[in-house]
Design a protein around this ligand. Structure first.
Ligand code: TRH
Length: 381
């Protein structure tokens, strides 16, 4: 009997919530043969990542997943065997009542945000009693053994490796975006929130002897970019040359094309949660613009990740990376910090590959979820 999974996604802002849940839903359907329904309250955000979807449709099958609009007045539907509440999104009351009324109770999981903090291992998998005799389990993604792991499709690293060895495929990919690659240019991608550190970074890039092509998918960084370029407006598909830096404004890509962009670049500036993980799978050095939280809570997360990631790096390379990431997140001078990162570029490139190898030893998050369900079933039997 095929197990049925319901995943609920409330789009808070940006693309991380839908980015993670869509990726997970696809993988559960494709690799684990599960019957997956993804409930999204903002289909427009979903269509952004998945252009073949129809934002107006109340339900549609995409890549083997039934994607349904999550309406305010939630219909009476059959409850699935496993229910994933992404990022504590609060399930519809009617659905929770149906879960409690089901003769065989479903497994209820809250998929949490990603953090490298130590306490995650202790909280991963813990149950929490809920009204109606239900239990909810906290499932934490993570970077180390004892956590739920990271999303990683079975074929991801092979595809990435093949791509990184295929210069023609990369050239064709960029040509399809209207971009001609310059011989010897370093490729950098940029996905960030509004960031006052951008000007300092681009100042340095534009003065370096090695040319850089900066690939910027449309988004929240455009205002800072426009100001640095000194232009009134930016147009998608446009490019601007300043010294040795050529800036290209790309459309917002499909998730699969965004992966290809990350694989293609020598250095990736990413943000949030999902692009941050994808950059790690790309095996290239990166800058992380962490999602800012109230009272600076994000600094603890940033430093917890840096502590893990910098393990095994020389003190000089670790210091350069830490300062670069701190400056990019608003603490320090980005121009000076970048110059130090540059000096460590070969070490950081090797370290990014090594980090990827270490992460790849862990089971992936979708497999870990399926295993969690199996264990839960065998305990219940
Ligand atoms: O969009 P984000 O800033 O999302 C954030 C974070 O998830 C954060 O942790 C969360 O609390 C907040 O939302 C509410 O960054 P993130 O997580 O990287 O998600 C972006 C998604 O967009 C990711 O799936 C990659 C995808 N993407 C594309 O598909 N095409 C693109 O061109 C780009 C730039 C991104």
């Amino acid at each position: 009997m095929t197990m049925r999974w319901d995943i609920f996604c409330n789009v808070v802002d940006n693309y991380g919530d839908i980015g993670v849940t869509w990726r997970l839903a696809r993988q559960l359907a494709a690799e684990h043969g599960l019957d997956v329904r993804l409930w999204v309250d903002e289909p427009g955000a979903f269509q952004h990542l998945c252009p073949q979807a129809d934002a107006a449709s109340p339900s549609q099958r995409v890549d083997g997943v039934l994607v349904c609009r999550w309406p305010a007045d939630f219909p009476l539907v059959e409850v699935a065997d496993v229910v994933v509440e992404a990022f504590a999104c609060n399930l519809p009351t009617r659905y929770v009542s149906a879960m409690a009324a089901r003769s065989i109770r479903p497994l209820w999981l809250n998929l949490e945000y990603l953090s490298a903090e130590d306490w995650v291992v202790g909280c991963h998998g813990l149950p929490s009693p809920q009204p109606g005799g239900l239990q909810k389990f906290f499932f934490f993604p993570g970077f180390t053994a004892g956590t739920g792991g990271l999303l990683r499709e079975a074929d991801l690293l092979r595809q990435c490796g093949t791509w990184q060895e295929d210069a023609d495929a990369r050239r064709r990919f960029f040509a399809g975006l209207g971009i001609e690659l310059q011989a010897g240019a370093r490729l950098v991608s940029l996905f960030a929130y509004e960031n006052p550190g951008l000007a300092g970074w681009l100042d340095v890039l534009s003065r370096q002897p090695v040319p850089t092509q900066l690939m910027v998918p449309c988004g929240r960084i455009e205002g800072d970019l426009r100001r640095w370029l000194g232009v009134d407006s930016l147009c998608e598909g446009g490019s601007w040359l300043r010294g040795s830096l050529q800036v290209h404004l790309l459309p917002f890509l499909s998730q699969d094309d965004y992966d290809r962009l990350l694989w293609s670049c020598d250095f990736n500036a990413v943000r949030g949660e999902d692009s941050f993980v994808r950059a790690q799978w790309a095996g290239r050095p990166m800058l992380w613009h962490i999602y800012p939280q109230d009272e600076g809570a994000h600094w603890v997360k940033l430093d917890a990740f840096l502590d893990l990631y910098c393990d095994g790096l020389s003190p000089e390379a670790a210091a350069a990376l830490r300062n670069g990431w701190h400056a990019w997140n608003g603490q320090g001078d980005m121009g000076a910090a970048w110059s130090a990162v540059e000096q460590q570029s070969a070490t950081l490139a090797e370290h990014a590959r090594q980090w990827r190898r270490e992460l790849a030893v862990q089971p992936d998050l979708a497999t870990a979820l399926v295993q969690f369900h199996r264990n839960w079933l065998s305990c219940a039997a």
